[in-house]
Design a protein around this ligand. Structure first.
Ligand code: PLP
Length: 372
């Protein structure tokens, strides 16, 4: 169906009468951390088999009341997104590529047998929340308002013969510094998950669903127990092909200076298709850095660092933008990448991406979406 034929969803406005007072908000915005402080409102929208999308609202942020038999609590039928709104230096508040998140949310819904929210409605919900809570978008550069749209199965019944018949879509917002704030931009150390897997062929690895995270916490804990910051996931079949780092995609830099080129593992179905990954695959060639999507094994990673052919490795995602990787450890050995410090290609791409997001650089690909 032509998108223009889909009627816009109506959201009733129930503005909060107990907004956080201005001085307290200003205090919270000084150092918000990541995902700990929430704005005054949330947006909600329901879906049921008989009514489709209905009951759209902007309402005060607050707890949900759920029947203990609610499907999501038992069978994890849940999907989410993560994107940011920025207060640009010149004034407007913008979101970065919200239609890309909307499209991925639909693909995640399809994989999890959930209803697909029209992309316009997804963006409409975000715009509504950000415009009502605009004073929560930090003015401080490098801080932003992290948006978390998500959907849960709300049918209260324990039968598992079919997907749930009712769902709740919500958007909440959290003023945030970088996820790794406090560590500055130091390079992280990673642990190779040789015993656990995050996602397998035919599984849910390319859907943004909470269950993938539930399955990954023990591997992340093992990384910490081994003195590392983050876990790196390998493919589920041969346990040798590099997939992702925690909740971020990975890039490998070969060569340096004029000869630098980038490699990132291909989207085989078990990797999450990151929007930051996709953006860098476009931005790097703009800067004269060639890119390729090719599989890389643990042995190739190690040999490449030992020969000096691989000069940098970094991870990327919405929350932390770009995080350099300095050191790799695994059951069978450890090695350092370059000099173990953040490298020039990672830093240049990071500046470029942040420059576009904060409006300090031109936006040739039309990624920035003006909200208010
Ligand atoms: C969200 C996510 C990413 C990064 O995606 P972005 O769209 O760049 O934020 C990477 N890996 C996993 C597992 C994720 O959940």
């Amino acid at each position: 169906m032509n998108a223009s034929l889909i009627p816009a969803i109506n959201f009733d406005l129930h503005a909060s009468e107990q907004r956080v007072p201005e001085e307290i908000r200003a205090n919270l915005l000084e150092s918000p951390g990541f995902g700990q402080v929430f704005t005054d409102h949330m947006v909600s929208l329901r879906w049921s088999t008989d009514r489709g999308w209905h009951d759209g609202k902007l309402e005060p942020y607050g707890p949900l009341v759920l029947d203990p038999a609610t499907a999501v609590l038992h069978y994890s039928q849940e999907i989410f997104e993560g994107l940011k709104a920025y207060r640009q230096d010149a004034g407007p508040i913008v979101a970065f590529r919200p239609y890309a998140n909307a499209a991925r949310f639909r693909r995640s819904a399809a994989r999890m047998a959930m209803p697909e929210l029209p992309e316009e409605a997804f963006v409409q919900a975000i715009e509504l929340l950000v415009s009502h809570d605009r004073e929560w978008v930090p003015a401080n550069s490098e801080q932003s308002l992290y948006l978390r749209p998500f959907m849960i199965a709300t049918t209260a019944a324990l039968g598992v013969g079919r997907p749930a018949a009712s769902y709740l879509f919500l958007v909440i917002a959290s003023p945030s510094g970088s996820v790794f704030a406090g560590s500055g931009l130091r390079a992280v150390s990673v642990w190779l998950a040789e015993g656990y897997t995050r996602a397998a062929p035919g599984g849910t690895g390319e859907a943004k669903t909470g269950g993938n995270y539930a399955a990954s916490f023990l591997g992340q804990q093992q990384a910490i127990d081994n003195g590392c910051d983050q876990v790196v996931w390998l493919d589920a079949v041969e346990h040798r092909w590099v997939e992702e780092m925690g909740g971020m995609n990975l890039f490998f830099v070969y060569g340096s200076g004029q000869d630098a080129r980038l490699l990132t593992p291909p989207l085989t179905g078990s990797l999450l298709p990151g929007i930051t990954r996709d953006s860098l695959l476009t931005l790097a060639p703009d800067l004269g850095i060639p890119v390729s999507e090719e599989a890389i094994s643990v042995e190739q990673w190690r040999a490449g660092c030992e020969s000096g052919e691989i000069t940098e490795v970094f991870a990327c995602g919405t929350a932390a933008v770009i995080t350099p990787v300095g050191e790799v450890k695994g059951a069978t050995g450890s090695w350092t990448i370059g000099d173990g410090q953040p490298g020039p290609v990672a830093m240049r791409l990071r500046e470029q991406l942040l420059g576009i997001q904060f409006g300090r650089l031109p936006d040739p690909h039309g990624w920035v979406h003006k909200i208010a």
